[in-house]
Design a protein around this ligand. Sequence first.
Ligand code: MN
Length: 337
Amino acid sequence: MNKNYNRIKQEIEKADTIVLTTHLLPDGDAIGSELALYYYILKKGKTAYIINHNESPDHLLFLDEDKVIKRFLDDTEGNTKLINNAGLIIVVDTNEYSRIKSMAEAVRNSPAKKICVDHHQGLDPNAYHDFISDTESPATSQILYEFICNDNTDYIDKRIADNLYAGIMTDTGSFKYPRTTERTFLICADLIKRGTDPVYMYDKIYNNVPTDKVKLLSRFIESLSFHFKGTLAIGIITQQDFQDFHSDVKDVEGFSAFLMSMKNIKAGFLIVELHDSCKISFRSKGNIKMNEFARIFKGGGHMNAAGATVENSDPFELKERLLGEYKNFVSKHDKKR
Ligand SMILES: [Mn+2]
């Protein structure tokens, strides 16, 4: 692992200009990783740009205090130039070009070397010049902490610490998801020692829910249906719901976790109607392999958290299809046991 760290450090030192990007609908880990890496790169005396497909969600805007994050489509021509002229492009918190959406083509076509830093499964080594991939890590921000410390711990000032902490806190669900380890707490203790205020960080990120989002949540709760003796919950959010509460797909963050918070629930599906497709989030507990189930809908992910996008589908018809497929899936797996 450290060998990769040194190689990638050298690539950063070789490049003059570095472009950073991440997945669509960036979350705390995506933005925290980008900003921590951005300020580290500045300290190395280099120029850096952060360009994303989506704008940052409201509750994370405070992290970007210098307003350095650009949205690709706001200036496609100018941003494409930056991507083409960069010496290095670093993709964080995803390893799939399809997940950087509108930027995928520009990044692929750029002559710059491409590096990936990620904790998701499925990295194609041929897609990048080099990478740091650690699927055991609960957050890309945790990998970046190790990476920066491997260079020089003095680089981690309060601002970098805040961003790394935001990434780790959000991707671990505030230190409760499975890949949270002793190491995670030791790292966060060190970040707090370097100035991060955990109460302030939690308050800024979580105690900041707009009332329209609460109304959307209430609509989602009304939509819930329960199946398979109350072990499966399905929720639906439609375009109408988004319109009614001036919200969009980024406002459903946390809804699938809500499904899994209910007693006796072993599996949950969240169906979100987009303009010309439906996005499904699959969640489960224990050994119900949702990545396997998601493949029926040409999706993928982790065992307990997967996703898929189904083109031109009505959300209510999709729900019926999901129920049918899940029935087959469960009976196949019961037979195997
Ligand atoms: Mn992540």
